[in-house]
Design a protein around this ligand. Sequence first.
Ligand code: FAD
Ligand code: NAD
Ligand code: NAD
Length: 518
Amino acid sequence: ETADEEEEKEEVSKAAAPAVAAVQHEKDFYPYILIGAGTASFAAMEAIREKDPSAAILIIGNEDIGPYMRPPLSKEMWFNKDEESTEKLSFKDWQGKERNIVLKGKETIETIDQDALDKIESAQSGVRVLTGVTVEDLNVSEQSITLNSGKVLKYGKVLLATGGVPKTLPVLQGAGADKVTTFRSVEDFKKLHSLVKAANKKIVIVGGGFLGSELAVAVSHYGKDKGVSVTQVFPEDGNMGLVFPRYLSKWTTSQVEQEGVVVKAQSRVASTKPTGEGQVELTLENGEKLVADHIVVAVGIEANVALAKKAGLELDEVRGGVVVNAELQARRNVYCAGDMTSYHDVTLGRRRVEHYDNAILGGRVAGQNMASDKLHKAYKHQSMFWSDLGPHIGYEAVGILDSKLSTVSIWTKKPTVAAADAEKKEAASESAAAATPISEESKLERATATPLPAEAVKVEDKEKYNKGLVLYLKDKRIVGLLMWNNFGKVEDARKILGEVYDTEKVEALVKPFGIHEE
Ligand code: FAD
Ligand code: NAD
Ligand code: NAD
């Protein structure tokens, strides 16, 4: 017998004689163990309890705090008017409502440490979060996990929701470890916040994606009256250059600059060294030198698959993450959700998404499937994401937003529709800005039109992208929608995601988005 056949037999026998029931009331058995005390685990927990209200659930996380929202850490938390709110980890949401980043729902969650865990004779019910503990091993045939203390726990169903690990750049090593931080957790927030609080600090943020751009704006705003300077360094032509079409990325940079950030686009750090006076000198590839008190590196994350890899789960070599099916199942009784999950999206194909709502919605589906062997629910509901970059930019989006795709943009102020072809991206996406207004009548033609001549475009124009819609196209289908300063349209966007893009029907297609209503 091959090892595979042996394991297959083992699994079949397990299915026949339900392992879950046999050890139901044993010490160190939990019907549901959720690994990673983040957003996805929180959502899964709530979904399990909805189906199985007295379920005993153990969430295990290696941070000192239970599940919380990360989004405010690079936005709202820096806009607090008083330090007391910040201490309490509170923030004001966009409606002015005071909230806390710690996730709270209907369920009562008991936070425990390893000592308390050891004292549990038999977990009959209740939701517990074990903090400060790392799960070191997962044994999918034994249905057990091993904690960093060596303690072994058995599970009925397990969720892997271990999130992502921020990447860093070797070139920053010269600066010294204490001068460079990644930014993911509350702990990272507290560290950077207390550093920026002291007057006159020079902060360099490396990275022009979601995190680098949000943080640059937020820290600059917070540090305005403290003499703080923020410089952002990244290789793309503008902020969010991997996500927005080129013209919009450039416009975004102009807005980030208005918030006081010094943006070094098309730039890479070539070397770093201490200045000898407690600061760091960065040399860019073009020879320019910057001095910093601290460097924040925001160059993306790596899906955290350490545990899954050891357990022999299938990994996605292209996108990173653990491969799961549309039901978010990696193996029998093993589920994944959130940032570390490469799943089959029934509409858009295999994907891995690194956003909050995906962790919530995916976590929910995983939890529902975990709590019911008969459900077999596919993760079909399209997640959204959103961001704010200063007072003039707020957006929501669904689907795949990749600046390499062809895009069609429709704007309110000076109504324009233009197509950008991926191959002709350089010229095309700048002209998508269509500084020359296009009349309502010619709009439909313009949707298929070849790009305007490059000289017709001046990105520096004070034209404002007040409200608009960008469609991302792949194989003639709409695979992504960006709703720019246009809130509450996510449901409409979900409806047309995956549809064939037809120039003839563009007017009807975009009608629900109310672009031309003002
Ligand atoms: P996480 O929330 O990262 O949770 C995983 C947890 O598992 C972590 O606490 C980790 O320490 C723990 N863990 C890992 N391995 C182990 C182990 N072996 N044992 C025990 N514990 C382990 N998305 C948006 O859509 N909009 C936003 O505005 C937005 N803003 C963001 C701002 C910041 C600063 C950051 C960092 C992210 C932001 N995101 C945003 C992304 C969003 O927060 C993530 O997509 C989301 O947190 C993913 O949830 P998750 O549960 O998969 O992972
Ligand atoms: P990202 O993937 O959005 O951006 C990566 C960026 O790294 C690129 O835009 C590029 O500018 C930069 N980069 C890569 N190599 C570089 C180099 N050699 N030098 C300089 N820059 C380089 O990742 P992120 O911005 O670090 O965000 C971290 C995570 O947090 C992501 O999962 C992101 O989705 C999430 N997040 C999401 C939001 C949101 O949805 N609003 C907000 C903040 C963070
Ligand atoms: P909430 O916490 O009740 O969340 C509502 C939904 O948004 C949920 O599905 C949640 O999973 C998701 N969500 C929350 N924060 C998110 C984030 N940062 N990224 C991605 N998804 C997120 O509501 P909230 O936090 O008070 O507000 C979030 C919503 O409000 C978003 O849809 C946002 O775009 C919107 N908003 C509207 C305006 C406006 O002017 N109308 C301004 C800012 C934000």
